[in-house]
Design a protein around this ligand. Structure first.
Ligand code: 13P
Length: 256
């Protein structure tokens, strides 16, 4: 039997919330009746300024992630947060290469790859994001785009053990236009084939590939049932009580 990939649910809060909102979300999570950590790994990602509050108030079955970090050692980089600082605060995870940063902050594949490598080298675990735009999908280049994004990481890291790969089609993010289970499965499966051909069969079978883009309580179960889909990176719905239902979709895998 292939080694089981533990279901992973990330909540990306993006640039949202006040201290009061954050306390409410934490209370909802702490009160949630969720599967055990043997079944699902849950990581929520508040804005930097709320990380210490969230980390100290969440139950230990939930972990936290930063939404970004600087590409190298800290220093004279006004406005940036270094990987070393996250390590110093005991933050275990960081999201790198989110499409909003790729598009709005012009982060290139190479820059994202450099960041992933640096964060891993400091001891952080990384949620690395890839995904195509609508134009890219419609022109038939989805796999070329996500392969190039993944290759820029593969060229710079020696191990994928501490990386979760998030496939987030840009056209599905924040649009309510979720990928169909078949569309998500197809790309996840192609990514595994890419790892098989370009990295190793071990990485192809063990890497967790999670889906992001308009995931909701209503659509999560059908997506979770797809064989190459190992969890979710959730935006809008991670700020709401329905995030608990999305975490519970991990149960679908137990009967798979
Ligand atoms: P939405 O779930 O709001 O579409 O956002 C997805 C996302 O970008 C998670 O990183």
């Amino acid at each position: 039997m292939a080694m089981a990939r533990k279901f992973f649910v990330g909540g990306n809060w993006k640039c949202n919330g006040t201290t009061e909102d954050v306390k409410k979300i934490v209370a909802t999570l702490n009160a949630g009746d969720v599967p055990s950590t043997d079944v699902v790994e849950v990581v929520v990602s508040p804005p930097y300024v709320f990380l210490p509050l969230v980390q100290s108030s969440l139950k230990p079955n939930f972990q936290v992630a930063a939404q970004n970090c600087w590409v190298k050692k800290g220093g004279a980089f006004t406005g940036e947060i270094s990987a070393e600082m996250l390590v110093n605060l005991g933050i275990p995870w960081v999201i790198i290469g989110h499409s909003e940063r790729r598009a709005l902050l012009k982060e290139s594949n190479e820059f994202v790859g450099d960041k992933v490598a640096y964060a891993l080298a400091q001891g952080l675990k990384v949620i690395a994001c890839v995904g195509e735009t609508l134009e890219e999908r419609e022109s038939g280049s989805t796999m070329d785009v996500v392969a190039a994004q993944t290759k820029a990481i593969a060229d710079r890291v020696t191990s994928w053990e501490n990386i979760v790969l998030a496939y987030e089609p840009v056209w599905a993010i924040g649009t309510g236009k979720v990928a169909t289970p078949a569309q998500a499965q197809e790309v996840h499966n192609e990514l595994r084939k890419w790892f098989q051909a370009n990295v190793s069969s071990e990485v192809a079978s063990t890497i967790r590939i999670i889906y992001g883009g308009s995931v909701s309580g209503a659509n999560c179960k059908e997506l979770a049932a797809q064989p190459d889909l190992d969890g979710f990176l959730v935006g809008g719905a991670s700020l709401k009580a329905e995030f608990i239902d999305i975490i519970k979709s991990a149960e679908v895998k137990k009967n798979a």
